[in-house]
Design a protein around this ligand. Structure first.
Ligand code: NAD
Ligand code: MLT
Length: 526
């Protein structure tokens, strides 16, 4: 049974799903060294924002297949290293969207009406009505930085208050913005025109320190700013100065550069700064959603299926996934067959999609081809997460092409491996939903079920050759399950391909090689 380590608090609903297929240990608050000591035992790791998965942790994680981030941000995971090591990183992109959007709106209103400050004064038995006069958000402009899932939900809610919403997001289509009634503007314009600014960006090299002193200078006097995205996108020092100078009338912060934060930071003592301890996703609903979401994905991966929200693999809709899934084993086996029968060092792999197959998404099939090609050399270290990186690091050029005509087949997949000794092609298809067939090998027509142990013997098409091989295997107690001979012209070069029920010892392979008219013999495991 696989083992799962849950190293941050996770809703019970998620743990229950994991327990159906795995042994689950919940061990939270581990320092890096402690995590490194135990992570080698686990197949999956489930985290929230508390655990940082560093390169050192990943180095120690020798069995790890998947990291489930019960939330959105994966800035606490070294994703490039995970990818290199073939560890899938999944998150829950939508599970806490509403929770984070609602907290953002609560922050905007709290800032506008001084609710936290007024509450604190009441706890001190003070009745200060005039001190806490606020502003209406009605008819004010909200500038959203990052119009993704949360930004869009914030936009809808704020429009319902009568706010004008503008946004800066260079990666969002104008159709999406138009449909929301949000005006897309340039970054500086967004800063200059907004009464309220709300951040909904990922934290990365481009966004760290995005809002500094220069940006505050551009903003309207009395601007209010909310950061429920990630600490560090606003420069703390610049924000403190803007608050103290009155440039910024208030800031709502849910996230910090380090968490828990350094409470000596003066932002925590400024009265106009409203802070919460990273509560954006902290609703019962969101915690249940994200826990179920990542737990289901971990179960899928344990069951050999694709994860729907992997961040280091392209995301696929369930429909696309269902369409490509049957071709994945075929692709892997065909490429493995090519890798095990090709002579020489591969420099290029060409993958051609023809017929119906060419109409849909083919990226996952290409990944499976690369896995099949590389695994005979690299073993289990290669998987569909790291196969493209591994192919690139080995100088293997990957060429993909498509054609509408599948010839005799509804869909035809061809894999050609170019080596320093020549080009070797394998083509295959599915009969029905899952019946895998290799229909061409090394230029010869074929009808091979690519499963189990396969003997491949190029030979001269002369009487007795096939019989001799059959007799020899029979005498050695090796049963032939099926056999196919591909040839183009009678009496010339041909290829014999046999599915056999057991491994053929090297000594027997040697004897086959010695038979008359046999060119070479290869045993392939698929
Ligand atoms: P998302 O991926 O749906 O949206 C992010 C948007 O930012 C995208 O539309 C993207 O195009 C845009 N973007 C990326 N780089 C940009 C740049 N340099 N300039 C402008 N726009 C840029 O993500 P989301 O689910 O909306 O999450 C947004 C942020 O909120 C993330 O940082 C996430 O980690 C954080 N978050 C925080 C909490 C919390 O508890 N406070 C909860 C959930 C998410
Ligand atoms: C997220 O990225 O999902 C949020 O910040 C919430 C969390 O970290 O749990």
């Amino acid at each position: 049974m696989p083992k799962v380590l849950v190293s941050d608090k996770l809703a019970k609903e998620g743990i229950d799903i994991l327990k159906q297929v795995a042994e689950v240990d919940v061990n939270t608050g581990l320092p890096e060294d402690e995590l490194c000591k135990i992570i080698g035992d686990y197949d999956a790791l489930v985290i929230r924002s508390g655990t940082t998965v560093t390169a050192k942790v990943l180095e120690a994680a020798t069995k790890l297949k998947i990291i489930g981030r019960a939330g959105v941000g994966v800035d606490n995971v070294d994703v490039p290293v995970a990818t290199e090591k073939g560890v899938i990183v999944v998150n829950s992109p939508g599970g806490n969207t509403i929770a984070a959007a609602e907290l953002t709106v609560a922050m905007l209103l709290a800032l506008s009406r001084n609710i936290p400050q007024a509450y604190c004064s009441m706890t001190e038995k003070q009745w200060n009505r005039s001190k806490y006069v606020g502003n209406e958000v009605y008819k004010k402009t909200l500038g959203i930085l990052g119009l993704g899932k949360i930004g869009q939900e914030v936009a809808k809610r704020c429009q319902s208050f009568g706010m004008k919403v503008i946004a800066y997001d260079p990666f969002i289509s104008s159709e999406t913005a138009d449909a929301l009634g949000v005006e897309i503007v340039e970054f500086n314009d967004c800063l200059k025109r907004s009464d309220y600014i709300s951040l909904h960006l990922p934290k990365n090299k481009e966004t760290i320190g995005l809002i500094g002193a220069k940006q505050f200078d551009m903003m309207k006097d009395g601007v209010r700013i909310v950061n429920c995205a990630r600490g560090g996108i606003i420069d703390d020092g610049a924000l403190a100065e803007a608050i103290k100078s009155g440039k910024c009338a208030g800031a709502g912060l849910d996230v910090y550069v380090s968490e828990p934060p350094d409470f000596s930071n003066e932002l925590f003592s400024l009265p106009n700064v409203v802070t919460t301890p990273h509560l954006g996703a902290s609703t019962e609903e969101a915690q249940t959603n994200v826990a179920i979401d990542v737990a289901e994905q971990i179960v899928d991966v344990f069951e050999g299926k694709s994860a729907r929200s992997a961040v280091n693999m392209p995301a696929l809709s369930p429909e696309v996934l269902a369409a490509v899934q049957p071709f994945l084993p075929l692709a892997e086996k065909m490429a493995s067959l090519a890798a095990q029968t090709t002579e020489g060092r591969p420099s290029q792999i060409s993958i051609r999609y023809c017929g119906e197959l060419a109409e849909g998404e083919t990226g996952p099939i290409t990944r499976s081809v690369l896995v099949g090609l590389l695994r005979p050399a690299l073993g289990e270290n290669v998987n569909s997460v790291n196969a493209p990186v591994m192919a690139k690091s080995r100088g293997l050029e990957v060429v993909e092409s498509k054609c509408a005509d599948g010839g005799d087949y509804a869909s035809l997949l061809s894999v050609s491996v170019t080596t320093d000794k020549g080009v070797y092609e394998v083509a295959g298809t599915l009969f029905g939903a899952r019946d895998m067939r290799v229909v061409k090998m090394g230029g010869f027509p074929m009808d091979l079920v690519p499963e189990g142990v396969v003997l491949v013997a190029p030979h001269m098409d002369k009487p007795g050759v096939i019989g001799n091989v059959g007799t020899l295997l029979g005498n050695e107690g090796i049963n032939i399950a099926s056999m196919y001979v591909g040839r183009k012209t009678a009496g010339e070069n041909a290829i014999m391909v046999l599915n056999v029920d057991a491994e053929i010892p090297a000594s027997v392979l040697e004897k086959i090689t010695q038979l008359n008219n046999i060119d070479s013999v290869k045993q392939v495991r698929l």
